[in-house]
Design a protein around this ligand. Structure first.
Ligand code: ADP
Length: 453
């Protein structure tokens, strides 16, 4: 096992990793920016190192400073958390070159699964369902036209190196195709330094269902069932739950097993998530693989009892997975709400500033993952998520009721948060009957705005 882990992240995920490391008897080093110098999570670390000013480009994204901090504090591993450098294969490679373990996949596995074109090819090989589309990168206009004709419009042009929704164009008929191809290429080139694009079928109606996987360095890979993250706004997940409701057990197991097979074929170490869209007829199509721990990982921890962060750390230290596929048992239902410092009544405007009151709920089946406490100042530099509220219930109905009650108990002020929106969404017919798709939140908000105007 490692003796000291450096955490190249901040906020709730830094705290989550500290907790896991401590249980394993491993010391932690937290790097931080000037904007985070009073971050409450830093008090829980064994050592802290300032790596620069507030803007992430000058601190949390500075590979040189993070490596220097790891070397001077004699850390033998780095956990990247999510965001920042978590899916940067170059960073994983630099860690390797400096003989510091990167807690996550090898640069090769990350590169193979992170590139959407090579990931699609590997998924096809493993029997993981993918969207109908181009077999590889689209280079010729003629090929684009014939692929789109074969799969049928609407189609979507996507960047091989895509992330954050950039380099994507929905195309509804042939007259728009060539221009979309060109502009997607340019956007991808500018954003990722890689202009490769491909084409796949575009779904008008879709639910987001993803599969949590774990792999080790001994060729083992397992899945920990699925999560539904259909409640989104502008492609940002708001509410996640598991297991995904309304997916027949046999189909769920088949898709989950195919995801584990893909992870195994990539010789993957650590936590990975295979994201899928599901259509009205329960057909699954893989979107992408996230090669890191995800924000919504507690949902899976609550329904399987497996500590994903501890498993990641153990596997990167060379230990085999502590569980086999047959040990993973589903228990009840879990829901997570992302509590963001944003004002839903004012276009989700970020609400940096002082949190005078932070009074988290508790009780049976309630978990709060947060770095915030009363008196904390939310800096304007980073993501607006200030807490994750997770509940577990014996079934979905109980979990929804428990979540609504926990939200009623949760006091945060004077800054505005997304808590009231969550309370509202959990009470809608669409959510309760899981009769929803990835655009239902936006449609609902639009309808309500019009009604109040
Ligand atoms: P990125 O890595 O840039 O986030 P994704 O492939 O994950 O790109 O897609 C982002 C979002 O775009 C998805 O969550 C979904 O809402 C939408 N999307 C992507 N591909 C499709 C598709 N084939 N059909 C319908 N919606 C899609």
């Amino acid at each position: 096992m490692f003796s000291r882990i450096l955490i190249a992240n901040r906020g709730e995920i830094a705290l989550r990793i500290i907790r896991a490391a401590r249980e394993l008897g491993v010391e932690t080093v937290c790097v931080y920016s000037d904007a985070d110098k009073d971050g409450p999570w830093l008090e829980q670390a064994d050592k802290t190192v300032c790596i620069g000013p507030g803007p992430a480009a000058d601190s949390y994204l500075r590979i040189d400073r993070i490596i220097a901090a790891a070397e001077t504090t004699h850390a033998d591993a780095i956990h990247p958390g999510y965001g920042f450098l978590a899916e940067n294969a170059h960073f994983a490679e630099v860690c390797q070159d400096c003989q510091i373990s990167f807690i996550g996949p090898s640069p090769e596995a990350m590169g193979l699964l992170g590139d959407k074109v090579s990931c699609r090819a590997m998924a096809k090989e493993a029997g993981t369902p993918i969207f109908p589309g181009s077999p590889g990168e689209i280079e010729e206009e003629d090929e684009a036209i014939s692929v789109a004709e074969t799969i049928g419009y609407p189609v979507i042009v996507k960047a091989a190196a895509g992330g954050g929704g950039r380099g994507m164009r929905i195309v509804r008929d042939q007259s728009e195709l060539i221009a979309a191809l060109e502009s997607a290429r340019q956007e991808a080139q500018a954003a990722f330094g890689n202009g490769a694009v491909y084409i796949e079928k575009f779904l008008e109606y879709a639910r987001h269902v993803e599969v949590q996987c774990l792999g080790d360095q001994h060729g083992n890979a397992i899945h920990l069932y699925n999560r539904d993250c259909t409640s989104q706004r502008r492609h940002q997940k708001l509410i996640e739950e598991g297991p995904a409701p309304g997916v027949p057990d046999a189909l769920r197991d088949e898709v989950c097993e195919s995801a584990a097979k893909l992870i195994r074929s990539a010789k993957y170490c650590g936590a990975a998530t295979c994201e899928f869209l599901m259509d009205r007829d329960n057909n699954f199509y893989m979107l992408e693989v996230n090669t890191r721990i995800q924000v919504e990982h507690p949902v899976t921890e609550m329904i399987t009892g497996v500590d994903l962060v501890k498993e990641m750390i153990r596997c990167s230290a060379g230990e085999p997975l502590s569980i086999k596929q047959s040990d993973v048992q589903l228990n009840g239902h879990a829901i997570e709400c992302r509590v963001n410092a944003e004002d839903p009544d004012r276009g989700f405007m970020p609400q940096p500033g002082n949190v005078e009151l932070f009074n988290a709920p508790g009780g049976f089946g309630v978990r709060v993952d947060s770095h915030v406490r009363s008196g904390y100042r939310v800096p304007p530099n980073y993501d607006s998520m200030i807490a994750k509220l997770i509940v577990h219930g014996s079934d979905r109905t109980e979990a929804i009721a428990r979540m609504r009650s926990a939200i009623e108990e949760f006091q945060i002020g004077p800054i505005k948060t997304t808590l009231p929106l969550h309370h509202h969404l959990l009470g809608t017919r669409e959510f309760v009957e899981h009769d929803f798709d990835i655009h239902y939140v936006e449609r609902l908000l639009e309808k309500e705005e019009q009604a109040s105007a």
